[in-house]
Design a protein around this ligand. Structure first.
Ligand SMILES: [Zn+2]
Ligand SMILES: [Zn+2]
Length: 121
């Protein structure tokens, strides 16, 4: 099976988002294209329906999704939104926004997951 990546948040078949009051419900695919290796997960149901239909990234939507994911790191969403616009060493000097726009959202999600791992150690 080809691994698919969510166009909204960069989660994939092996690294899902956690939902529910106890963060115990993994997200699932609302829509997935194995040939394209892209999908939309249940956490990203708010994506514009045209983007969902065409599996096209939406940098503004993803800004909000990553700010939400980073809330445990920063304590609020504003810092997460700033993080999205800054260049990072761990992303080869690119901004998360650039990577999302160019189809590299998975790298952004990996960086976010590393930051979350440090918080929950
Ligand atoms: Zn998603
Ligand atoms: Zn997900």
């Amino acid at each position: 099976m080809r691994i698919a990546v969510c166009i909204g948040c960069g989660c994939d078949d092996h690294h899902t988002c956690e939902l529910g009051p106890f963060a115990d419900i993994p997200c699932r695919w609302l829509r997935v294209s194995r040939p394209k290796r892209l999908g939309v997960c249940t956490c990203c149901h708010g994506l514009d329906f045209r983007n969902q239909a065409q599996l096209r990234p939406d940098v503004e939507f993803s800004a909000l999704r990553f700010a939400e994911l980073l809330e445990p790191v920063y304590g609020d969403r504003d810092e997460g939104l700033l993080w999205y616009e800054r260049r990072h060493h761990s992303l080869n000097g690119k901004t998360p926004r650039e990577l999302v726009a160019t189809g590299n959202i998975r790298r952004v999600r990996q960086a976010v997951n590393r930051m979350l791992d440090e918080v929950f150690l």
